[in-house]
Design a protein around this ligand. Sequence first.
Ligand code: XMP
Length: 511
Amino acid sequence: MSDFDTVLVVDFGAQYAQLIARRVREAHVYSEIVPHTITAAEVAARNPVGVILSGGPKSVHVAGAPGLDPEVFELDVPLLGICYGAQLVAASLGGTVARTGRGEYGRTALEVDAPSALFEVAGGQSVWMSHGDSIVGVPEGFAATARSAEAPVAALESPARRIFGVQFHPEVVHTPRGQELLARFLHDVCGARPTWTMTSIIESQVEAVRDQVGAERVICGLSGGVDSAVAAALVHKAVGEQLTCVYVDTGLMREGESDQVVETFRRHHGIELVHVRAAERFFERLAGVVDPEEKRKAIGERFIREFEVAAQGLSDARFLVQGTLYPDVIESGTPDAARIKSHHNVGGLPADLDFELVEPLRALFKDEVRRVGEELGLPPEIVWRQPFPGPGLGVRVLGEVTPERLAVLRHADAIVREEIKAAGLEREIWQAFAVLAADIRSVGVMGDERTYASPVILRAVTSDDAMTADWARLPHELLERLSSRIVNEVPGVNRVAYDITSKPPGTIEWE
Ligand code: XMP
């Protein structure tokens, strides 16, 4: 992203670093996450306007605690240490970090001594703390600028060296003036230009795609999901008719989904779209398959075959668009950032397909991808869509997948989506869906009739990244409406259960 002023966020703990990087971008400054093993020469080579050291789970006193090349402090690039990063500043430059045995966790009262580069006004404010050790002595040339009950040095600075540290977390929403502090650091101290806007992101990516692709033909596989949709719209803006999209309709999609993809891309955006109607071939392949991993394999292989056949018809294509996002590519020195989901590649394509990849979303976080999608005029139903697994409803019919069972599940799922949306919970909830326990039957009574049919299980979870999740505390009235609508409206279902298992120990999907 050479067109943009860049701030490097040094990673001492993955989730902290990602949140800081996102907050920097919300201040319209481009940020990149780098591992803490980066050398001063490597930092200098990237020519950043500022460096931020993230928080981390370790204590600076623990053997093997992650460090930083001390030469980074000598680069004359403005630097802000946050939490662990602030302690590292103090410990590396001659200050004292003590194991006081009295940490602070959660909302904490901060007292700012005087207005300074980071703090606009003196006085009290509320901040979010999470520390065991405390900085008790500042390095030479530094001043302590704020304190809290257990942190005699809750902020330190050397305006002359342009090095700063804060013990609290300005990046979290529980620090109400945190974003303001980050903005002061970025704009006033670093002099970073606020040019990272949706318009300029789109412009720079459009230019990059044009440079890469030239006059060649490009293929993009659409899954119905947000990432491939936004990537396709962006590439289309860049190279127009050189783009052909392929949509493999597996028959395992949700109600209305295939129509919506075709409608949006072909009619609305005028994008050339090959619509592969492969449902029958998928059902054939899935007959008798019960084991979840076997199902994934069967669906994945069929998908690749279908895509290959479609691509053969476009034999002049040299480029393939992929909706890879920034969290997938972050180079990181911390082991907890190695988040590889091996089973999540269904719907993905093998590396040996003979294409050069075009990845226009490689620098973006998910929330940025959504905003780019909105800016490009994609409908909210696509842009704000909840995550959906590559094997689709295939892993939500427990046991063998048949067209009949799938029709029952699709109907129940449509009711869940409709009611969650009507309750205004669509964006707040990570995923909400129905699962059909097709091999189980239970007795019920409807009118005067005895029924003997299958249950639908409702699953609704809150999550930040799908690595962990909690079951959503849906309002009882909503659960009641879902239960009564599903049993009344979906033939073949006579009972509704709600899954109250978190992840871990459960997973989000049932298969
Ligand atoms: P689990 O069930 O592992 O799911 O807690 C975590 C997230 O991944 C999605 N998921 C998949 N996505 N192919 C995908 O592309 C898959 O095979 C697959 N299995 C689960 C799931 O919906 C959740 O968002």
